[in-house]
Every structure is written in structure tokens, then in C-alpha cells.
Design a protein around this ligand. Structure first.
Ligand SMILES: *[C@@H]1O[C@H](CO)[C@@H](O)[C@H](O)[C@H]1NC(C)=O
Ligand SMILES: *[C@@H]1O[C@H](CO)[C@@H](O)[C@H](O)[C@H]1NC(C)=O
Ligand SMILES: *[C@@H]1O[C@H](CO)[C@@H](O)[C@H](O)[C@H]1NC(C)=O
Ligand SMILES: *[C@@H]1O[C@H](CO)[C@@H](O)[C@H](O)[C@H]1NC(C)=O
Ligand SMILES: *[C@@H]1O[C@H](CO)[C@@H](O)[C@H](O)[C@H]1NC(C)=O
Ligand SMILES: *[C@@H]1O[C@H](CO)[C@@H](O)[C@H](O)[C@H]1NC(C)=O
Ligand SMILES: *[C@@H]1O[C@H](CO)[C@@H](O)[C@H](O)[C@H]1NC(C)=O
Ligand SMILES: *[C@@H]1O[C@H](CO)[C@@H](O)[C@H](O)[C@H]1NC(C)=O
Length: 805
């Protein structure tokens, strides 16, 4: 009896699960609940729910990996919604068809090839095929022709030029929804094949031309222990594929819409996890055409974009503010035709530019290639076709050269430049240059002699007059300032900072000024002070307040600034009525401005200044609401003359201070980045970081932002008065950047170059680590508590004298 029952069970089970090397024939079907397994049991075909989605899909996954890893989905855009009794069958036409419980069509293959005995089989490499029962070699249809988001070993990405099939990877919308995202990876169909990743219809990343096993743009593609890549481009096909060097290693390439990355993953059996072997884009320079036409992105440089030699920024104004989109233009004029006197600049170690508009001859010598380029007015550069320049053929670029970056490419690029930029083209050019050089040399010698002579005289004069500064910066006398500020009347007092009060004034010529009267206790010598004021007056940037003069007399020291009619940022963002004036575009503009000003202080100015007291009340607004950072020089004057250091005298404002600075006196450009993060959160939320009794859950704004981030409801941080004008994605991106700036460990925080970049492009952002909570630390450790008490009643007071130990 029991034996009979067991046999019954086995019989009823037999159609539920297809064993190794099994096939589905026309008389069978694969119903929901049963699976088809590849002969070596690596892959399994069946029905699944992605994540916690209620929808069911037909797909292929790794059978022996504990993490659900779906590598192919059939009915991506047409899920099974309400039933678990769907079926996969082979219909009369020999097509594979997915039917729902009421027999309606959910998905089908579309093959025109006929067979009398079609069978369906899942191969060991994960390829689902329809073939004739007796023919194991040729396929009537194969899933490898319809990739989803995953590239398996041996699977081709690219074109079958005969059938017109373009095999491209398309990301899932998200991890629970396999439907088509708008993030794709495909092979370009140019003469120089390369893999191109698109976001929507705009180019997001390209690998650079790929030939054989190499690419000019992807580091580490050639020598690696895991995989071997192969690129084939001929009349029939153009494709990329990879194979594994060690068959027992599991590795796939996945396109992930959420992360906006093309990732190579490798399965690590010991940790039972996928590990990221390679992410593309790899860094900022990998973003498509970051530096614009004829610009070159160098990841270690600052700023990262440079014009190629012989080219200059197209819009210098934009370029200097790190907006590189316009790229560079040629400084001379190209000349065309047989008589062309143009030359070429050899550029090595670059990812070759966008190959969309190129011409290729695989047999041409490099010299013929050069001549061919010279003769055609639209040729902008040439290169050998392979890395061997002796027999490497010829590639010619037409149109602007886009998307250049530093790389470990073996191929040289020869960029067209005109005769004025290079002189080795013709002999007569050489002659001319020789003559010009001689004349120039003679001229320089004469000039030098004159200069040295003059300098001697000048030195003598200087010695006679003693220590005098050659300033453009006016030194006002005390009487003028008294008059301008009406004897420092309280009516004219604009505010009080840690370094002393600020007064509004009006000079006799009508110019409005702001006078900062430094407190007498600064203990700095007069010469020292004057010297530094002059240095600071050389700091000029449109996002820094301009110093228009100074005054030193008896024991008074004053700085005279341009007057900002719209006062400071704090008077807007924290005021329920005024905050309505600042719509989203304005706030974004203010944010950019502050970031650029700070970047200038940190990196681009000669002095390299750590501000140390960045806060809303130190951001002044001009009549057009452009932000200007104020008090920047004071940081240097009253502090140590270093870019990074430790001080026992903490200058700054609680609420904006990085934890390592507030508790240990360690300051660096990264402590300014922290303050910038606080300022950013305040600007977007309209709340002060340190409002006492903030919220029962959070001790301050940083903590609140972090909680909301973790809960995935970051948008609730956005100021209510912004809801009409705010572009939520932009605001969320900004907040994420803010959180990156606020990370507890200074090394984790980005520098201002990165911040400015992140604010101005749409590349994927890293995930922030937990921020530094200043208040928590201080409370917990009970440090400097009495000072905090006194300052907490006035939120904005700068603490200028405070010994932390
Ligand atoms: C299908 O769903 C029903 C009810 O939702 C459930 O009882 C049944 O076990 C499911 N069948 C399979 C094969 O999962
Ligand atoms: C089958 O069910 C789906 C919904 O589950 C419905 O949209 C469709 O019209 C039905 N088809 C037939 C033939 O009943
Ligand atoms: C099947 O292919 C034919 C011709 O290639 C095309 O016209 C038709 O739309 C396709 N059908 C489906 C469902 O893809
Ligand atoms: C994208 O990457 C994230 C983070 O690793 C992961 O959680 C998610 O499942 C991935 N999405 C897809 C569709 O694989
Ligand atoms: C292949 O990989 C497996 C597992 O990682 C390892 O044990 C084996 O030694 C490798 N074989 C070769 C030839 O490297
Ligand atoms: C380039 O040509 C334009 C117009 O022909 C001329 O104005 C300009 O001066 C030329 N530039 C140089 C650097 O020769
Ligand atoms: C290049 O040379 C090879 C052999 O020398 C020849 O078969 C091929 O047709 C040539 N290709 C072109 C484009 O001239
Ligand atoms: C230059 O190359 C372009 C693109 O191949 C071509 O259309 C044009 O005719 C060529 N011009 C000359 C003068 O050869």
C-alpha cells in the first residue's frame, strides 16, 4: 500500500520538476511551481516574485546561490498579477508561449524558423533555447539574443548585422520591478566599436574604442585573473563578450538603475555575497564629456578639467567657475587642403574620444593617415586603429573631440593644431621659427638687463623710504570712519560678531560701506595686521565679500567692506515671511555660490584659507541675492597660519563646528566642509541646526536629517515654503551631498572640489556614513559645557575665545 502511494506521488510529481538535461516538448508544459534545470544544475528556469513584489515572472536564476540572482526575465513588462497557475508551453508554430490562468497571452517568443519537433532546453551557460529535437547545434530561438539586465559569460552584447538584432542590456526599474528601466548598455555601431551606456537617450558613459581584448578607457580590463573580454567587429557582427578564466568562478555584469552603474560582480562563496569587482563609471572623469569638447579630464588634477595644448576655454567665465560644459576651442585657425600647414599634437595616455563620427582603414599606414587627415577640413584628429602604430591602420575623427580623459591606453591620439601652435610641419616653418626665436632671445636679454637695472634703482628707493606697502587698498583715517558711521552710533550697528561689532557707514562720495571694528584684544601687531589685510584684499572672487579698505590708528583696527543691501542669509531662511522670498532656484544659486567661494578659499587662492566660521550670518547677499562669504580673512588673521592644525583657541560657532574641531581643536578644510553641510541643511530645511528642544527624537537638525535619510523620507526635511518651487529630486540630491559633508570622520567628507562637482552634475552619489553629532558628544563627555550654556541663548554668537582644555 505504502509503496503504491509512493509511486503515485512520484508519478504526480514527475511533471512538476524537470530534471537535469530535460527538455520541454510540445506535449509538455511548465507550470507555476515547477522548474527546468540545466544539465550541470547551475541554472534554473521557473516562476518567481522579485523581492517582496506580489507579481510573478518567468525567469532564470542561479540554482546554487543563496541570494536570489535572476539573470533573465521573460515577461518583464507584463507580470502575472493575480494567479499562480500560469503555464509555459510550446505552441503549434513552435514558439514558446506564456499563458495566464484564463489562457490569455502574457509573453511569447517570435521566431519564424520552423521545426516539426521543437523542444525547449536550458543550457549550462544559462541560455534558454528552442531547438529541433534532433539538432543540438542551431537554435530556432535563444534567450541570449534578448538580454535583460545581466550579462552572463559567453553572452554577446552587440549587433547581429544580418538579422538586425541589437542585443542590449536594459536595467530593471528597481530591484523589485524587472520592467524596462531607461538605463541601457549597448555596443555602438560605429567603425570603432565601443560599449556605450545611456540614461534615457543621453550618453552617460562609454568604454572607449575596444579592439580585440583591450579598451582605451577601462582600467584593468586587460590583465585580470577573472575574465577575458573579446570584441569582434566585422561585416556580420559587432559584439562584446567575456569568458571566465577559471570556470569555477562565478562572475556577471549587471546594469543597475538605482545605482546608475554597470557593475562586474564576483560571487564570493565564503561570505555568500556578490562582491563588486569593477564599477563603471568608475570616477567623475568617467562621466560622459565632463570637460566638454577638446577638454581633458585628469582625475588627480585640480581642477580636473584642462584644455588640450593649443586650445583655450570657450567661455572663460564659465570655465573658471568649474562649469566645463562648453569645453575648449582652438586658439588658432586650422587651414585645409593639400597646402595645409597644420600640425598635430601627440596626446598619450588618454581614452580616445567619442567615435560616433569616425572613419577607419585597417590597412593604412600612420603617415598616410596623417596626410588623409590634413587634407580633409573636418578632420580633427587621427590615431592608429590598434595600439601597434607600425601596422595598426588608421582612425580619423571628424567633428569635435569629446569625452577625453586620462587612461592607461596604449594608443596615441594626434590632435590637429594650426601652424602657430606647432612648428615641425614644413622646413620653411622651421626656418621661420628659428629666426623668430633668435630675435626673441635677443629681445629677452635686453629686457632682462633693463629689468635688473630698474630693480636695483627701485630697491634703493625702497630702502630709503623704509617698510612701505605698494597697495591699491586705501587706508582710511579714523576721522573719516567716525564721520561715515556717525561716531559708531548704535543706529548704524549692523550686528556683532566674535571679532567685534559691524557698522554701516556712508563715505562722503556716497559709497555705502560696512565697517568691522576689531576688538582690541586680538593681540596682533599693527604691521602684521596690515600685512594680512592686504593679502586678503587680493582674495577676489565673486562669492567673497570685497574688502574696500582698512583703518589702523592708535589701537583701533578696522576692516572696510562693500555694503550688502540684502544683509545676511540667516535673516531670510529662518524668518517665516522672508523665507518665501527665497525660492528653490535662488537657494540653489546661493548654495552653488557658497560652494564656489569656499572652494576658492581652500584651493584656488594663493593663500589657501580655512574659514573656520562659516555660518548663515556670515553669508551676505547682494542686491541680486548672490551670496558672498564674509569674515574669511579673519580666520587666518586670528588663527594659525596653516591649512590644517590644532589649536587651543577655538574660533567658530557651535552648531556649525565639526566634532573634531569643537572637542579637540583640530581644524582643516574638512571642518569647513562640515560647516558647509550644516549650512546646506539649514538652507533647504529653513531650520537652525541648534534650536533647543528640537524634536523629541533628534537633538539637532543633523540628527533629524540622518533619521529621515535612514527612514527613506528625506523629503520631509524640505522647507514648507519651498514646496511650490522645489524640484524634489534636486533638493534630495543636495541633502545627500549635505550628509556626505557631515560625515563623522573628516577623511570621509568630500573636499570642496568634489562638492562643487556633485552639485553641478547628475552622477551617482556615494552613500553617506553616519554624521558627526556635536551636541551628543559634548553632552556625553561633559566638555566645555559652561561655554555652551552661555552661547546657547544667542544662537549665532561666534565663540572667539575659548580654551578647550
Ligand atoms: C497558489 O495560490 C493558492 C492560493 O493563493 C495556494 O493555495 C496554492 O498553494 C498556490 N499554488 C502554488 C503552486 O504555489
Ligand atoms: C484574463 O484575465 C486578465 C486579468 O487577469 C484580463 O485582463 C483578461 O481580459 C482575461 N482574458 C480573458 C480571455 O478572459
Ligand atoms: C514578431 O516579428 C515580426 C517580424 O519580425 C514583427 O512584425 C512582430 O511585431 C513581432 N511580434 C512580436 C510579438 O514581437
Ligand atoms: C542595485 O544595487 C542595489 C545596491 O547594491 C541593490 O540593493 C539592488 O538590488 C540592485 N538592483 C538590481 C535591480 O539589481
Ligand atoms: C579556480 O577557482 C577555484 C575556486 O576559487 C580554485 O580552487 C582553483 O584553484 C582555481 N583554479 C585555477 C586553475 O586557478
Ligand atoms: C582666425 O580667423 C579669423 C577670421 O578669419 C580672424 O579674425 C582671426 O584673427 C584668426 N585667428 C588667428 C589666431 O589667426
Ligand atoms: C586589408 O588587407 C587585407 C590583407 O592584406 C585585405 O584582405 C583586406 O581586404 C584589406 N582591407 C581593406 C579595407 O583594404
Ligand atoms: C572629409 O570627410 C567627410 C566625412 O567623411 C566627407 O564627407 C568629406 O567629403 C571629406 N572632404 C574631403 C575634402 O575629402
Amino acid at each position: 500500500m505504502t509503496i503504491f502511494l509512493a509511486i503515485l506521488v512520484i508519478i504526480s510529481m514527475s511533471k512538476l520538476s524537470y530534471g537535469a538535461d530535460d527538455t520541454i516538448t510540445q506535449s509538455d508544459s511548465l507550470s507555476d511551481g515547477s522548474t527546468l534545470i540545466s544539465k550541470d544544475e547551475t541554472f534554473e528556469l521557473g516562476f518567481f516574485n522579485p523581492g517582496s513584489s506580489p507579481y510573478r515572472y518567468l525567469g532564470i536564476w542561479y540554482k546554487n546561490i543563496p541570494v536570489q540572482t535572476v539573470v533573465w526575465v521573460a515577461n518583464r513588462d507584463n507580470p502575472i498579477k493575480h494567479s499562480n497557475s500560469s503555464k509555459l508551453i510550446i505552441n503549434k508554430q513552435g514558439n514558446l508561449v506564456l499563458l495566464s490562468s484564463n489562457q490569455s497571452l502574457l509573453w511569447s517568443t517570435n521566431t519564424t524558423k520552423k521545426s516539426s519537433t521543437p523542444v525547449v532546453q536550458l543550457l549550462n551557460n544559462g541560455n534558454l533555447v528552442i531547438r529541433d529535437e534532433s539538432d543540438g547545434e542551431s537554435f530556432l530561438w535563444q534567450s541570449f539574443d534578448y538580454p535583460t539586465n545581466t550579462l552572463l559569460p559567453e553572452m554577446k552584447i552587440g549587433w547581429d548585422k544580418k538579422t538586425g538584432i541589437n542585443r542590449l542590456q536594459t536595467a530593471w526599474k528597481n530591484w523589485e520591478d524587472p520592467s524596462l528601466g531607461d538605463f541601457t548598455s549597448s555596443m555602438s555601431l560605429s567603425n570603432n566599436p565601443e560599449v556605450v551606456v545611456l540614461k534615457g537617450s543621453s550618453e552617460f558613459y562609454r568604454t572607449g574604442p575596444m579592439i580585440g581584448t583591450t579598451s582605451s578607457g577601462v582600467y584593468g580590463m586587460q590583465d585580470n585573473p577573472i575574465f577575458k573580454s573579446e570584441v569582434v567587429s566585422n561585416e556580420d557582427e559587432a559584439y562584446f563578450l567575456f569568458t571566465l578564466k577559471n570556470k569555477s568562478v562565478i562572475s556577471i555584469v549587471v546594469l543597475n538603475q538605482t545605482l546608475m552603474l554597470l557593475q562586474r560582480l564576483v560571487w564570493i562563496p565564503a561570505s555568500r555575497k556578490w562582491s563588486n569587482y569593477l564599477n563603471l563609471p568608475h570616477d567623475t572623469c568617467d562621466g560622459y564629456n565632463i570637460c566638454g569638447p577638446y577638454g581633458k579630464c585628469v582625475i588627480d588634477a585640480s581642477p580636473i578639467c584642462q584644455c588640450l595644448d593649443g586650445f583655450k576655454p570657450k567661455s572663460p567665465q564659465q570655465w573658471s567657475t568649474m562649469n566645463w560644459a562648453d569645453g575648449c576651442v582652438h586658439t588658432g585657425n586650422w587651414s585645409c587642403g593639400i597646402k595645409s600647414r597644420d600640425g598635430f599634437l601627440k596626446v598619450s595616455g588618454v581614452k580616445l574620444p567619442d567615435t560616433t563620427n569616425t572613419w577607419v582603414d585597417v590597412n593604412m599606414t600612420l603617415n598616410d593617415c596623417k596626410l588623409k587627415c590634413l587634407q580633409n577640413c573636418s578632420c580633427t584628429a587621427y590615431s592608429s586603429f590598434t595600439s601597434n602604430e607600425d601596422s595598426g591602420g588608421c582612425t580619423i575623427w571628424f567633428n569635435d573631440l569629446k569625452d577625453l580623459r586620462d587612461s592607461d591606453s596604449q594608443r596615441n591620439l594626434y590632435v590637429r593644431i594650426d601652424a602657430s601652435n606647432i612648428g615641425d610641419k614644413h622646413d620653411y616653418t622651421k626656418m621661420a621659427i628659428l629666426v623668430v626665436s633668435i630675435i626673441a632671445f635677443a629681445f629677452i636679454v635686453i629686457l632682462l638687463t633693463l629689468y635688473i637695472y630698474k630693480k636695483k634703482i627701485k630697491n634703493k628707493e625702497n630702502k630709503n623710504e623704509g617698510e612701505h606697502y605698494n597697495l591699491d587698498l586705501p587706508c582710511f583715517d579714523l576721522a573719516t570712519i567716525f564721520e561715515a558711521t556717525d561716531n559708531f552710533s548704535n543706529v548704524n550697528k549692523l550686528g556683532e560678531g566674535g571679532f567685534g561689532p559691524v557698522y554701516k557707514g556712508k563715505l562722503q562720495d556716497g559709497q555705502e560701506i560696512a565697517v568691522k571694528r576689531l576688538s582690541r584684544s586680538s593681540g596682533q601687531g599693527l604691521n602684521e595686521f596690515t600685512n594680512e589685510v592686504i593679502l586678503c584684499s587680493k582674495l577676489q572672487h565673486r562669492n567673497l565679500v570685497k574688502i574696500v579698505g582698512y583703518c589702523v590708528e592708535s589701537d583701533e583696527k578696522m576692516l572696510i567692506y562693500e555694503y550688502m543691501s540684502n544683509t545676511s542669509l540667516d535673516s531670510f531662511i529662518f524668518d517665516p515671511i522672508q523665507s518665501k522670498v527665497l525660492d528653490w532656484p535662488m537657494r540653489l544659486n546661493i548654495l552653488y555660490g557658497i560652494a564656489r567661494g569656499l572652494l576658492y578659499l581652500h584651493q584656488d587662492s594663493r593663500l589657501r584659507i580655512v574659514h573656520r566660521d562659516l555660518k548663515a550670518s556670515n553669508i551676505l547677499l547682494d542686491q541680486y541675492m548672490n551670496p558672498k562669504i564674509s569674515d574669511f580673512g579673519l580666520a587666518k588673521m586670528c588663527g594659525d597660519d596653516q591649512i590644517k592644525g590644532k589649536t587651543s583657541r577655538i574660533v567658530g560657532t557651535y552648531g556649525y563646528m565639526a566634532p573634531e574641531y569643537a572637542t579637540d581643536g583640530l581644524f582643516s578644510i574638512k571642518s569647513d566642509v562640515f560647516s558647509f553641510g550644516v549650512l546646506l541643511l539649514e538652507l533647504i530645511s529653513g531650520k537652525k541646526n541648534r534650536t533647543l528642544a528640537f524634536n523629541q527624537n533628534d537633538h539637532n537638525l543633523i540628527a533629524q536629517a540622518w533619521r529621515l535619510w535612514k527612514e527613506g523620507v528625506l523629503y520631509s526635511l524640505i522647507d514648507d515654503s519651498l514646496t511650490d518651487t522645489c524640484i524634489q529630486n534636486e533638493a534630495l540630491r543636495c541633502i545627500q551631498i549635505g550628509l556626505l559633508c557631515l560625515q563623522h570622520h573628516p577623511d570621509d567628507r568630500p573636499n570642496m572640489t568634489s562638492v562643487v562637482l556633485m552639485l553641478s552634475n547628475n552622477n551617482i552619489l556615494p552613500l553617506p556614513h553616519e554624521p558627526g553629532y556635536l551636541y551628543k558628544n559634548i553632552r556625553d563627555e561633559g566638555e566645555v559645557s559652561s561655554e555652551i550654556q552661555t552661547s546657547s541663548s544667542i544662537n549665532n554668537v561666534t565663540i572667539s575665545q575659548l580654551d578647550s582644555r
